[in-house]
Ligand binder design. Structure first.
Ligand code: MN
Length: 131
């Protein structure tokens, strides 16, 4: 194998708002990160099994099964429990971070995203060892 072939990190975005997932895709791809998107928890869980991403960005408010439920499923399945899952929270409310971490997330990012720092924050989550 050539050492010039470096696998790009892959991020799975589970987000029902396509404007948000489109923005995230743009911000990450320009920084060399491969992005795959799913619009529902169920589709996202399937994709997580298929692609074994380096990081999952999980919207909390999803139609049907929400981000907490989807994360619980990922974290209780031996095939996916190693995945780092970062919650995407809609409001910077008091206690949101604690709620996200209590909910099994490895971290959280608050919407709307700061487009200047978003990719760097995602990269630091990818590089971290998780909880
Ligand atoms: Mn949503």
């Amino acid at each position: 194998m050539s050492d010039k072939v470096v696998k790009r990190p892959t991020v799975l975005v589970i987000e029902d708002n396509v404007l948000n997932s489109g923005l995230v895709t743009d911000l990450l791809e320009v920084n060399g990160i491969e992005v795959r998107c799913a619009e529902t928890a169920e589709a996202g869980i399937r994709l997580a099994h298929e692609i074994n991403p380096d990081l999952v960005l999980m919207d909390i408010n999803l139609p049907g099964l929400d981000g907490f439920g989807a994360t619980k499923i990922l974290k209780s399945d031996p095939a996916t429990r190693h995945l780092k899952v970062v919650g995407l929270t809609a409001h910077a409310m008091n206690g949101d971070a604690e709620t996200a971490l209590d909910g099994g997330f490895d971290g959280y990012l608050t919407k709307p995203f700061d487009t200047r720092t978003f990719a760097a924050r995602v990269k630091s989550f990818i590089a971290s060892d998780g909880k």
